[in-house]
Design a protein around this ligand. Structure first.
Ligand code: GTP
Ligand code: MG
Length: 136
């Protein structure tokens, strides 16, 4: 089995979509939630999380948005959860995301696209350490 790090971004929390999104994840047979926390992310954590995007034109507004209110961080465990949660989320740009995906159903603009999910098992382990340092 596998683990992935999921963030419900500040837009998802502000719009009351925590239950809706976690419900979609929980309904997948065999997937379980291994850790969960509501917290406003600090810039230090976000700088490490989004280090790959430093220098991109969207980086500063992305950091400001991600620190603008509480997010929900969770660890999801189960069969092929890394690709599976990204499939549930849909493509980064909500305009390109099909109905039935989280971003396709609720997304508005590319920066405020509701959810983050690790893009590989290696990213997942790094991100889980960053958000849940106490978790084994
Ligand atoms: P994450 O799961 O959040 O990492 O999204 P992703 O893997 O689908 O996208 P990526 O890692 O490429 O970008 C990280 C985040 O930066 C995205 O989720 C968006 O919130 C934002 N972002 C990415 N590309 C753009 C862009 O072209 N314009 C803007 N405004 N934001 C972007
Ligand atoms: Mg990404």
């Amino acid at each position: 089995s596998q683990r992935t790090l999921v963030l419900l971004k500040p837009d998802a929390v502000r719009r009351g979509l925590i239950g809706e999104i976690i419900g979609r994840i929980e309904r997948k047979a065999g997937w379980t939630i291994g850790a969960l926390e509501l917290r406003t992310l600090d810039l230090g954590t976000l700088e490490q999380h989004y280090a790959e995007h430093v220098g991109r034109p969207f980086y500063e507004p992305l950091m400001e948005f991600m620190a603008s209110g509480p997010s929900v961080a969770l660890v999801v465990e189960g069969e092929r959860v890394v690709e599976g949660v990204r499939a549930l989320a849909g493509p980064t740009d909500p305009i390109a995301a099909a109905p039935g995906s989280i971003r396709g159903d609720f997304g508005t603009i590319v920066r405020e696209n509701l959810i983050h999910a690790s893009d590989s098992p290696e990213s997942a382990e790094r991100e889980i350490k960053l958000f849940f340092p106490g978790l084994v």
